[in-house]
Design a protein around this ligand. Structure first.
Ligand SMILES: Cc1cc2nc3c(=O)[nH]c(=O)nc-3n(C[C@H](O)[C@H](O)[C@H](O)COP(=O)(O)OP(=O)(O)OC[C@H]3O[C@@H](n4cnc5c(N)ncnc54)[C@H](O)[C@@H]3O)c2cc1C
Ligand code: SF4
Length: 543
């Protein structure tokens, strides 16, 4: 509400997002302050109801950055309980599984199979012990600027605004979190990050970011089918050779298996449904056996960055920087981004600490270029775009790039934005998906149910159409409304307009699991994802 005075809290540094990058940054800042004998105020805001509630990852975790942040993480009890002991890589046809040599980037000796959500909960406890103030349940809804256009913090969203935009009896105004430096650690396709990239033209001279959607389930399976430390990846079926995608299957502790499917959002066929491709994948004769007699305990989905080195935007702007997947540091051939996210947060913390101490010209991007993150991402920069040649072309190119050119080929492939890649429905083959059996495969709604997603019903829609008319005039007529299929939570439905022969797009925003796919893939970029009231969204236990 424009005329309501908001409470104001002042810090040296505000961090938006309590993922691995944001928490690592906050921790590093406090460690530096302790070492320098200084006091520094650091606050982290998190839109999930608790730290970890919105974190969804694989996850095989490479501990390189954690080793640097807390060399004694073992003694401190970090939840890295399952060392990766075996890697298997398969090419699937509809009926068969052909074992392939595991690409070197996918060797996981020395890594751990973890719940990234639980690692974040542990990092949050370490941060609080160092004096970081963490506010879960508060979504940063607005970037604050001073008269000179410098970022001076963020404001959390108002609570208790009704669907009609008017305050209800629950109304509490948002809070201004004012800081000398603000780090945006919102993860992949952050909503405030998107506005900063536009305002400061951070992408000028860099490739567009590209993305994938990852759909994941957590299972508890019978002991005799469980192999703690086993890491399985597949390519091939059910993807056609032209669509980038594959599965992961990680055996954690306590008879749990994390299984998921990742599909590049540059896919072309508007009839493709990432959710149903994942369900179908689980029925493969080589995969199904892992789940028989088991119980699905959690479900969720999240987008991830795939642009890599050439898509890293300018990181610094007056008053702050982008870190982690908000900028995009996923190493795609490794399918890992949490170690690079953490390291980027740590490097940003060191730079910002220097800036607070008077080194006004210190830049996060420059410091990161001196770190192992830069070299790691540079060497694999051509691998993901080479899959434009199809699965076998991509695998062949990747082998040459890795073994012959060792990531130093004198060329760099470039990216196209994902939302321009769909072909019209009339030029695409419809896909018939099998019905779920309720044992190994499921429908969307029962899946969303176990993501524990909850939003206050009486609030303005957090999914906005820039031009509502395009939903039917373009999306429906030209692409058969692909949002019905790519949304992993069944938020978008085409329904018949009562009393007319027309159709209408119904948006069931309360089901949204905050994966951000619609914001990315909509062909007209007509869907804007904004933060709902803080605390809303999924409540992932240990994803
Ligand atoms: C399916 C899948 C599998 C993956 N597998 C692996 C793997 O095996 N190994 C690996 O290393 N990496 C993996 N990754 C990548 C890894 O998860 C990410 O690189 C990592 O989580 C990035 O960390 P981050 O801190 O930048 O962002 P995130 O982990 O996304 O955290 C961002 C946090 O910010 C919060 N937030 C966002 N916007 C706001 C706002 N406006 N206000 C308040 N809070 C906000 C979010 O709720 C969230 O808690 C995988 C990713 C996916 C999707
Ligand atoms: S509405 Fe958008 S962000 Fe929400 S679950 Fe569906 S695709 Fe993901």
């Amino acid at each position: 509400m424009a005329d309501v005075e908001r409470e104001r809290m002042e810090y040296d540094v505000v961090v938006v997002g309590a993922g691995p990058s944001g928490l690592a940054a906050a921790i590093r800042l406090k460690q530096l302050a302790v070492a320098a004998g200084q006091e520094i105020g650091v606050c982290v805001v998190e839109k999930g109801s608790e730290v970890g509630a919105h974190i969804l990852s694989g996850a095989v975790f490479e501990p390189r950055a954690l080793d640097e942040l807390f060399p004694d993480w073992r003694e401190r009890g970090a939840p890295l309980n399952t060392p990766a002991v075996e890697d298997r890589f398969f090419y699937l046809t509809k009926k068969h599984a052909l074992r392939l040599p595991t690409p070197p980037q996918m060797h996981n000796r020395g890594n751990y199979i973890i719940s990234l959500g639980n690692l974040c909960r542990w990092l949050a406890a370490q941060a609080e012990e160092l004096g970081v103030e963490i506010y879960p349940g508060f979504a940063a809804a607005e970037v604050l600027y001073d008269e000179a256009g410098r970022v001076r913090g963020v404001a959390t969203g108002d609570m208790g605004i009704g669907r009609d935009g008017k305050p209800t009896d629950r109304y509490t105004p948002g809070v201004e979190l004012v800081a000398r430096e603000t780090l945006f650690a919102e993860g992949c396709r952050g909503s405030l990050t998107k506005t900063l990239i536009e305002r400061f033209r951070l992408r000028d001279g860099h490739d567009p970011q590209t993305y994938a959607i990852g759909v994941k389930e957590l299972w508890e399976i019978p002991a005799e089918q469980h192999r703690p430390g086993l890491v399985v990846h597949t390519v091939g079926w059910p993807m056609d050779g032209a669509t980038y995608g594959g599965s992961f299957l990680y055996h954690l502790e306590d008879r749990q298996v994390a299984v998921g499917f990742v599909i590049g959002l540059d896919y072309k066929n508007p009839f493709l449904s990432p959710f149903e491709e994942f369900q179908r994948f689980k029925t493969h004769p080589a995969i199904r056996g892992f789940f028989e007699g088991g119980r699905r305990i959690a479900y969720g989905a999240r987008a991830l960055n795939e642009g890599g080195f050439q898509s890293i935007p300018r990181l610094d702007f007056p008053g702050g920087a982008l870190i982690g997947c908000a900028a995009g540091f996923v190493n795609v051939p490794k399918i890992k981004g949490s170690h690079t996210a953490m390291k980027s947060g740590m490097v940003a913390a060191e730079t910002v600490f220097a800036r607070l101490g008077g080194a006004a010209g210190a830049l996060v991007a420059q410091a990161l270029q001196q770190s192992w993150v830069w070299d790691e991402l540079y060497r694999v920069r051509n691998i993901r775009p080479s899959f434009r040649l199809g699965l076998w072309g991509g695998l062949l190119y990747s082998a040459l790039d890795t073994y012959l050119w060792r990531g130093r080929a004198p060329w760099t492939f470039h990216h196209h934005p994902d939302h321009t890649q769909l072909v019209p429905a009339g030029q695409a083959a419809p896909i018939e998906y099998p019905r779920p059996d309720g044992k190994i495969t499921f429908d969307r709604l029962s899946s969303v149910f176990i993501s524990n997603t909850n939003h206050e019903e009486d609030q303005p829609a957090h999914l906005k159409l820039r031009d509502p008319a395009k939903a039917i005039a373009i999306n429906y007529r030209l692409y058969d409304s692909p949002e019905q299929r790519y949304c992993p939570a069944g938020v978008y439905e085409i329904v018949e307009e009562a009393g007319t022969a027309g159709m209408r797009l119904q948006i069931n925003a309360q089901n949204c699991v905050h994966c951000k796919t619609c914001d990315i893939k909509d062909p007209e970029q007509n869907i804007d994802w904004a933060v709902p009231e803080g605390g809303g969204g999924p409540n992932y236990p240990n994803m």
